[in-house]
Design a protein around this ligand. Structure first.
Ligand SMILES: Nc1ncnc2c1ncn2[C@@H]1O[C@H](COP(=O)(O)OP(=O)(O)OP(=O)(O)O)[C@@H](O)[C@H]1O
Ligand SMILES: [Mg+2]
Length: 192
């Protein structure tokens, strides 16, 4: 990094932004296999929070890969860089006072730990825990079918590992609950 880059303090403080919004910022970091329900639940949570007057924003896997991270692939190094950039962006939104949802598979413990370290106490890990057999039955994007046919390499759960969280703040077993119930658990945790 250049020696000539100097951090600039802003005149509106973080505390002032929080007061104006009427709620604390947070980063809801959803993690889970493809098809586990991250996007579905994150959107349901976002809607509930919006209806309560919270200021929110959602960063979702595919959408981010269309823009900010369109130069990245799915190899291990690119996945790490994908998560690093997302964390930085989520942190900026949270600094602006928003409740940010991030819906990425984020399969590696180390990357989630890095995100947590960068985000601090506002980081809430939400484990969307769905057995792979159920994800594969749901297969909303037809990706498991392609991965089984060998058409997609580095597919999490099949040809690339998923390292499940051991102590996520919120643990959703989606095989045993509806989308609505799962979203309510997240909102209750956040606003309790
Ligand atoms: N209890 C549940 N919770 C969440 N999703 C459910 C549940 N029951 C069924 N589903 C369905 O499972 C699918 C989950 O797909 P979704 O796109 O949300 O997964 P994802 O984790 O975002 O996957 P990807 O990593 O590929 O983006 C949806 O079609 C959703 O309707
Ligand atoms: Mg998704």
């Amino acid at each position: 990094m250049s020696e000539n880059i100097v951090w600039h303090n802003t005149s509106v403080s973080h505390a002032e932004r929080t007061q104006l919004n009427g709620h604390k910022p947070a980063i809801l970091w959803y993690t889970g296999l493809s098809g586990s329900g991250k996007s579905t639940i994150a959107n349901a949570v976002d809607r509930k929070l919006y209806e309560r007057g919270c200021h929110t924003y959602l960063l979702d896997g595919d959408n981010v890969r269309h823009g900010l991270n369109k130069d990245l692939g799915f190899g291990d190094n690119d996945r790490v860089e994908n998560i690093r950039r997302i964390t930085e962006v989520a942190n900026l939104f949270a600094d602006a006072g928003l409740i940010v949802g991030t819906a990425f598979i984020s399969p590696f413990k180390e990357d989630r730990a890095q995100a947590r370290a960068l985000a601090g106490e506002r980081f809430i890990e939400v484990f969307v825990d769905t057995p792979i057999e159920i994800c594969e039955q749901r297969d909303p994007k037809g990706l498991y079918k392609k991965a089984r046919a060998g058409e997609i390499g580095n597919f999490t759960g099949i040809s690339s590992p998923y390292e499940a969280p051991e102590s996520a703040e919120v643990h959703l077993r989606t095989a045993e609950m509806s989308v609505e119930q799962a979203a309510q658990v997240v909102v209750d945790y956040l606003l309790s």
